[in-house]
Write a protein of this length. Structure first.
Length: 277
């Protein structure tokens, strides 16, 4: 016991004199064990993840597809051009030319001259189409065309219309002649034709001739339409004129032929024009 007391006393003296290193602080619960300690760590079990609920993937939005008009319905009718210079201009009793004193660029008709000896004039596009039509007609039918009326100025149409009014009255004149500013002839796109035989010139019987039947059946191939068909006066405003051809270009003439449309009013969805109302 005496020996133990001496050791305790010496140790206490050393501490009080500052000659020893301070003792390491006691480890806290979170401190790691000393490397020198012979302790085998208990492995932490890897938790088994609980299966997440089965969530179906969000489907991608289908792209919006706009169906083409032909896949669903007939496309809307084309719009008539209001300009007097357009090949697709629609002029009738309710649609005057814009401007009313329009003067087109014209050339002499090259396929024929008026059977009375006078010259005729049309727009260059019309003359080119007339040459093609005449060549095909001669090859297929053995007969060509004469043009006996074509471009008329505003002033010339005024003279003609006033003459019809003076001779037959305005009501009768309006059934057969356009008022100034409402005539297709002023556009340079309209021609009055007859077969080279001269048969039924300026008469409805032209529609029954070989030339008249060929023109009615085939002129669409060259960009023309018979502008005032039989029985459709309530739409066009004019009696049957099998001799009156209007150039509209092949885009319009082919479309009208394929759809069986007989008047420009119907093709353009512009409504009927039976009078000047």
């Amino acid at each position: 016991m005496r020996r133990a007391s001496v050791v305790v006393a010496v140790t206490a003296a050393l501490v009080l004199s500052g000659c020893g290193e301070p003792a390491d602080p006691a480890p806290t619960a979170s401190a790691p064990a000393s490397p020198s300690a012979s302790v085998v760590p208990t492995p932490t079990p890897t938790p088994t993840p609980s299966p997440s609920p089965s969530v179906p993937p969000t489907p991608e939005a289908a792209p919006t597809v706009t169906p083409s008009p032909s896949a669903t319905q007939e496309p809307p009718p084309p719009q008539a051009d209001g300009s007097a210079s357009s090949l697709q201009v629609l002029v009738n009793k309710r649609r005057p030319l814009q401007p009313q004193d329009y003067v087109p660029e014209v050339v002499a008709v090259s396929i024929s001259r008026d059977v009375d000896g006078g010259g005729e004039w049309v727009r260059p596009e019309v003359d080119a189409a007339l040459r093609e039509l005449d060549a095909a007609m001669r090859a297929e039918l053995g007969e060509g065309l004469h043009v006996f009326s074509s471009y008329r100025s505003f002033a010339r149409q005024t003279e003609l219309y006033n003459g019809y009014v003076a001779s037959s009255g305005q009501a009768a004149a309006d059934r057969t002649s356009a008022r100034p500013g409402h005539s297709e002839h002023q556009t340079g796109l309209a021609v009055d034709v007859v077969g080279t035989s001269g048969q039924c010139r300026l008469d409805v019987c032209f529609g029954g001739t070989a030339a008249g039947r060929w023109v009615a059946a085939e002129s669409w191939r060259f960009g023309f339409v018979v502008r005032y068909p039989d029985g459709l006066q309530g739409i066009t405003g004019y009696h049957y004129e099998p001799w009156h051809l209007r150039y509209v270009g092949t885009d319009v003439s082919v479309a009208m032929h394929e759809r069986g449309t007989r008047t420009l009013e119907e093709h353009f969805g512009a409504g009927s024009a039976p009078d000047y109302g």
